[in-house]
Design a protein around this ligand. Structure first.
Ligand SMILES: [Zn+2]
Ligand SMILES: [Zn+2]
Length: 390
């Protein structure tokens, strides 16, 4: 079928100025807009035709090409491959590219909902015929703070949040109960339309349906046609033993509702573990820097290393232990997530020098110190030797 001349479609002269084109298009667009002619297929076709015509003629470059080559100038862009990109890949977190929606139309329709009819010719889209990709709802995130003890034992937390839920009255459709949304007349439910800009084909979200592919004739009173209401949720989140700081727990389907009754997004709960007063964590291992009495370090002995929840573990210190020495206690660390294993506890000792000695204690110590010589302090003796050689 031969295409009608673009100038004829808009009812303007070939020499029409940009302003004349715009005004002619505007007048016709209002007259044939599907909103004003519901169910009128010929008006719809006319609206598409004039939109296509105006899309080409409003741009100097494409108008020049059209003047020179006629419709042939744009046939390439409508060939196979157009529209190939959408339809699949649900669950990828929604599509992007809403940025410039309506940039052309809003400027002269003052933001009124209208259509972009141009370039519908190539709607082949891999045979998905009218099937629009369901746009999943947004994911939500929240945080919970727990103690190291709770990370050790596993715990539960209540999470309160407000999310967008599918409107209960209309099941998220946005259409008044008893009525149904209709397939968008402009994009045939695809949610996207192609427009020709010069020699390029640009795919944009459909402006008439805001990319949803559906039109609401009679909006639901409870959600005003949006299909969503806000819902307060109180969820119990189970936090497993061995959870690490920053762990993300996914609650499937607890995010925001998708548009038009599409699937819910997920909720991600991020777990923050508060620092412990004496224990530091490294994966499944625990680290503890602990002061050890001087006399125990000298003679050897044992100390109790405090753990969580009032528990402790006995650590044997060999005679002659030094500050900075590290001891490992196997299996005394954190539980390993989803396992029966435990990490280890590393205790780094810090030998504490006694202070505040009484006269009596000092006397004892004097006697003891007098009995010591270089053999008791081999490091000190070696150090002095080295210093003499330099
Ligand atoms: Zn549409
Ligand atoms: Zn509703």
């Amino acid at each position: 079928m031969a295409k009608a001349d673009y100038y004829e479609q808009l009812g303007v002269d070939r020499s029409a100025s940009a302003a004349e084109l715009k005004s002619a298009y505007r007048k016709l667009a209002k007259q044939y807009h599907p909103d004003v002619n519901p169910g009128d297929a010929s008006a719809e076709q006319k609206f598409k035709d004039i939109s296509e015509a105006y899309d080409v003629l409003k741009d100097d470059q494409s108008r020049g090409a059209y003047d020179q080559f006629g419709h042939a100038a744009f046939e390439q862009g409508g060939g196979p491959g157009g529209f190939g990109g959408f339809g699949g890949q649900a669950g990828q977190g929604g599509f992007s590219g809403f940025g410039d929606i309506g940039d052309i139309f809003e400027e002269f329709f003052g933001g009124r909902s209208t259509g972009m009819g141009g370039g519908m010719g190539g709607a082949r889209g891999g045979g998905r015929g009218g099937q629009r990709r369901a746009r999943r709802g947004d994911d939500l995130r929240t945080e919970v703070d727990i103690t190291l003890q709770e990370a050790f034992d596993g715990t539960e937390r209540q999470v309160n949040l407000t999310r967008a839920a599918a409107c209960a009255s209309c099941n998220g459709s946005g259409a008044k109960p008893g009525t149904q949304p209709t397939t968008c007349t402009l994009c045939q439910g695809h949610g996207k339309v192609r427009t020709q800009q010069g020699f390029f084909t640009v795919e944009r979200p459909c402006h008439q349906c805001q990319g949803s592919g559906q039109m609401i004739g009679d909006p639901c009173g409870d959600c005003r046609g949006g299909g969503q209401t806000s819902e307060a949720r109180n969820l119990s989140v189970s936090i497993p033993a061995g959870v690490e700081d920053g762990t993300r727990i996914r609650l499937s389907g607890e995010g925001n509702a998708g548009p038009n009754g599409a699937a819910y997004g997920d909720l991600y709960v991020f777990v923050n573990i508060a620092p412990h007063a004496t224990l530091r964590r490294d994966g499944a291992d625990l680290l503890c820097a602990m002061p050890v009495p001087f006399d125990i370090a000298v003679r050897g002995g044992s100390v109790n290393v405090p753990l969580m929840a009032g528990k402790s573990v006995k650590l044997s210190i060999p005679a002659g232990a030094r500050s900075g020495q590290q001891f490992r206690l196997r299996g005394k660390g954190m539980p390993v997530l989803r396992s029966r294993n435990y990490g280890d506890l590393y205790v780094q000792i810090e030998v504490e020098t006694p202070t505040g000695l009484t006269r009596q204690q000092k006397k004892h110590f004097d006697a003891f110190a007098d009995s010591l010589d270089d053999t008791n302090y081999p490091d000190m003796a070696a150090f002095i030797e080295r210093s003499k050689k330099s």
